[in-house]
Write a protein of this length. Structure first.
Length: 222
């Protein structure tokens, strides 16, 4: 306890505080992480720092399975930083995963496209999020359409294959939707990783392509 109090007194940079909180969360020391964040939140004066603490508290409570409390903190962070695209994606995903608020999630994700229209990675996340909401609603055509849009111009402008979110792809395939579109998505991802000279992600997507081709060529032949 004394050690944690010393940490609280020494760390005043919000980014350093949050890094320490993530370390504690990684060790499943949720109580000390919460104390650290709340203590520094009570001392914060600028909106950016306050929003940062609330967003990390949202992560903490999500990890603890306390989703209403997580939503409360994400919502407060988003109100302080209404044009932060990452917060909109995070809160939209929470609305989909835990509260079945699909229409509200779609609205939030669409705002990301308005806020930062020329960022291909955020566009990818926005379309993926919208697609996940339509997936949950049972809207096959819309979900598959969002999968196609999520790859943009063959993932041009992405920093790394790490930026490619596979959650919508996995969701549509589980339902047996958009097989052709899913195949194109995987081939584009593989091509991007090869051109980007990322052997780890090239191997990953090569394996996924091989598995996809084997599974769906087998089904086509039956």
């Amino acid at each position: 306890m004394i050690e944690e109090q010393n940490i609280n007194e020494q760390i005043i940079d919000p980014n350093a505080v949050c890094m320490r909180a993530f370390e504690l969360m990684g060790a499943k020391d949720y109580d000390d992480a919460q104390k650290l964040l709340l203590n520094n939140l009570s001392k914060a004066e600028d909106e950016v720092s306050i929003a940062l603490y609330h967003s990390v508290l949202g992560v903490l409570f999500k990890m603890k399975g306390e989703f209403k409390e997580a939503w409360r903190h994400y919502n407060r962070a988003e109100k302080l930083l209404p044009n932060d695209p990452a917060l909109k994606i995070i809160s939209a995903r929470l609305l989909i995963e835990q509260f079945a608020e699909y229409s509200q999630a779609i609205r939030k994700a669409k705002k990301v496209l308005d806020i930062i229209p020329n960022n291909p990675v955020f566009a990818h996340q926005a379309y993926t999020t919208i697609g996940l909401a339509y997936l949950k609603k049972g809207s096959k055509h819309k979900a598959v359409e969002m999968l196609v849009k999520s790859s943009g111009n063959d993932f041009e402008g992405f920093v790394s294959g790490k930026n490619i979110d596979l959650s919508l792809l996995e969701g549509v395939l589980r339902k047996g939707w958009g097989i052709e579109e899913a195949g194109h998505f995987l081939k584009k991802a593989l091509k991007f990783c090869r051109l980007n000279e990322e052997p780890v992600f090239t191997d990953l997507f090569q394996g996924l392509n091989n598995k996809f081709d084997a599974e769906y060529s087998l089904k086509a032949s039956q």
